[in-house]
Design a protein around this ligand. Structure first.
Ligand code: FES
Length: 636
């Protein structure tokens, strides 16, 4: 067993008065971040850099020595009275502190999945009227600007690129300018008062699809949303083939890096055009994606992710400028790549945690991203564990006789009832194959009507006649070698001129794929000592997970047997989480601390995973799901 986090018992508790809120966090977390974790607003304008002096708390119990920043902000009496900057104050033992009331109500919005998120972007635009220089006042341009920002609570640094703009902009603006500050970095100075316009971008960089959102950082409102295919697809459909491409070709890494930048810059151009926003008005970007996609975006070699023991270059949040990375926006704009929980539980899942609030809320929840790799996170504010289970390509329609990707002509949903079989086909055209969600539905419906046994075997054609209408019964066919299959569409109904069938082998492939994910879920449930009745909600995420019929997922045993209304498809949770991290600096701090809070368990080589996998290969008995005994009375 591998665990990258300290055991849950080594946490310290922080009590916030007068809010009567208590949280338990790993030792060393700042009081400011602990407050963010539970959504408690503490004032701040400097992005927790220890310069604005707004995040004051009074320590009532627990040792907390004064830092240099505390000594700069507080008087000796205040220090003696326990006042500290919460963003500098690390909790090394249990702490009780008092948080002053906020002067105003913080702006909040309902985001993600029923989450009340405090909006506070990390971009500040401060309009300034500077005193023009004179022989009596020969301060440099930068000193003049820095001095004017100090009373506003900002202590800024500037890159050479920003310094180069300064003399022209200050004079062009006749000393009326707007300073653009991201964190403590002066990223730009603009002539006049431009404080009403500030924008950011949130990206979900998926292996197949890239989604981009342009957001107004002042209001939190979405300005434009677009998606496009990841241009890297020509170099392989999945992360392993992309990694192989970088290993097999000398310039493979730079090729894939260039392609993803082209994809993103193309998307940016469309978003800005649609929103009527200039490139220089975009000051911050947050990206979510699996570890391989984020490595390729940053031009970092992903080879070690693809080989045991599966090591990313860095798991923490990476910050770089747009210029360094190659995005065509404000050159000094800050790019933040969300962190990973493990090589195969990437920033897309960290974003999913933000969107669902799973690791911050009371009540145990399960988040599953179903794909070639099943990424699984289980827990609550108390303790959260994550793992990744290799599921293979069955859910993507690969290695399935008539399988295909979810594109036009794919059967995406199946219903079987007394009237026969009803197929839902993408694009409303005659079917040509079966995609993952259709595969799940087909098997679930066959279980329900009794044509498939819990072992996964089809009943015999003669037993089928006892169970269902003759139209359905004749769809059970047997090939020359005695292997049974079920005909979903006869040749004359299909768009490909041949029958579309679900074979016994296809069912086995699905059993292995679902067994791996269900086995991984079983391991993390045992790790937390959780039974299915304890689960408040199950979130199905990812490009495939969002299309699964929750009832089908339950019938085939992909997820634990909770009432179906507790299973929710959460759509693009990664994009939603990236948006939250962009609009709320506090939530971004939560994302930053997730790798040290969430325990990652590697399944490779774990005996209990193999046992769980074997135990869940069968489909659940329908009675255990409260679905009667179906009509499964025949023996195969
Ligand atoms: S000093 Fe600004 S947040 Fe702490």
């Amino acid at each position: 067993m591998t665990s990258t986090a300290p055991p849950g018992t080594s946490k310290v508790s922080i009590e916030f008065r007068p809010h009567d809120k208590v949280t338990r966090v790993p030792p060393g977390m700042t009081i400011f971040n602990a407050a963010n974790w539970i959504g408690l607003p503490i004032d701040s304008t400097c992005g927790a850099k220890g310069t604005c002096g707004k995040c004051k708390v009074r320590i009532l119990r627990g040792h907390n020595g004064a830092t240099a920043a505390d000594r700069r902000i507080f008087t000796e009496e205040e220090l003696a009275d326990g006042w500290r900057l919460s963003c500098r104050s690390e909790a090394q033992e249990d702490v009780v502190c008092e948080v002053p009331r906020l002067m105003g109500n913080p702006k909040a919005a309902l985001m993600g999945f029923d989450r009340h998120v405090i909006l506070n972007a990390n971009v500040h635009k401060i309009p300034l009227t500077l005193t023009p220089p004179s022989l009596e006042d020969q301060r440099s341009d930068f000193s003049r600007l820095r001095d004017a920002l100090a009373p506003e609570g900002f202590e800024v640094e500037a890159s050479l690129t920003t310094l180069r703009q300064l003399p022209v902009v200050l004079r062009k603006g006749q000393w009326q300018v707007t300073a653009v500050i991201v964190g403590h970095e002066l990223v730009s100075v603009e002539a006049g008062d431009t404080s009403g316009r500030a924008f950011g971008l949130a990206f979900d960089i998926g292996t197949t699809t890239v989604v981009g959102m342009l957001l107004d950082l002042n209001s939190g409102a979405p300005v434009a949303v677009r998606s496009t295919l990841n241009g890297q697809a020509v170099h392989g459909a999945d992360v392993i083939s992309r990694i192989s491409h970088t290993m097999m070709n000398d310039d493979g890494l730079s090729q894939l890096n260039e392609v993803i930048l082209r994809t993103l810059n193309g998307l940016i151009a469309q978003l800005l055009h649609e929103g009527g926003v200039a490139p220089h008005e975009v000051y911050e970007v947050v990206t979510a994606g699996n570890a391989t996609m984020q490595h390729l975006f940053l031009g970092a070699d992903p080879e070690a992710i693809g080989l045991e023991p599966f090591i990313p270059v860095v798991e923490d949040m990476v910050q770089a400028s747009a210029q360094e990375v190659g995005l065509e926006i404000q050159p000094q704009a800050q790019i933040h790549c969300l962190p990973y929980l493990g090589a195969y539980v990437g920033a897309d899942l960290v974003a999913g945690l933000l969107a669902t609030g799973l690791a911050q809320n009371e009540g145990v929840r399960l988040l599953v991203d179903v794909g070639t790799n099943g990424e699984i996170i289980l827990g609550s504010a108390e303790r959260t564990v994550a793992t990744a289970a290799p599921a293979g390509p069955a859910f993507e329609g690969a290695q399935i006789q008539d399988g295909m990707r979810a594109s036009e002509g794919a059967i995406e949903a199946v219903t079987i009832n007394l009237d026969g079989i009803e197929l839902q086909v993408i694009g409303d055209v005659p079917p040509i194959g079966l995609c993952g969600s259709g595969l799940l539905d087909a098997v679930a419906q066959l279980r329900l009507c009794g044509l498939m046994l819990p072992s996964g075997r089809f009943v015999t054609a003669s037993d089928a006649k006892e169970l269902v209408t003759s139209d359905l019964a004749r769809r059970i066919i047997t090939d020359d070698e005695g292997r049974r299959a079920f005909v979903l569409a006869w040749a004359e109904e299909s768009g490909g001129g041949k029958s579309i069938v679900l074979t016994q082998r296809d069912v086995r492939e699905l059993q292995f794929a679902k067994g791996s994910i269900a086995g991984g879920i079983d391991v993390v449930m045992q790790e937390l000592g959780v039974e299915s009745e304890h689960l408040v909600e199950i979130f199905l995420a990812g490009s495939f997970g969002s299309y699964i019929n929750p009832q089908s997922a339950r019938i085939i045993g992909l997820v634990p047997p909770v009432p179906v209304e507790r299973i929710k498809a959460v759509g693009n949770a990664a994009g939603e989480g990236a948006k939250i991290a962009l609009l709320s600096f506090r939530e971004r701090q939560v994302a930053r601390s997730l790798p040290e809070i969430v325990e990652y368990h590697e399944l490779s080589g774990r005996g209990d995973f193999n046992d769980s996998f074997l135990a869940v290969l069968q489909f659940p008995e329908l009675e255990t799901l409260g679905l009667g005994n179906g009509t499964a009375v025949a023996q195969g």
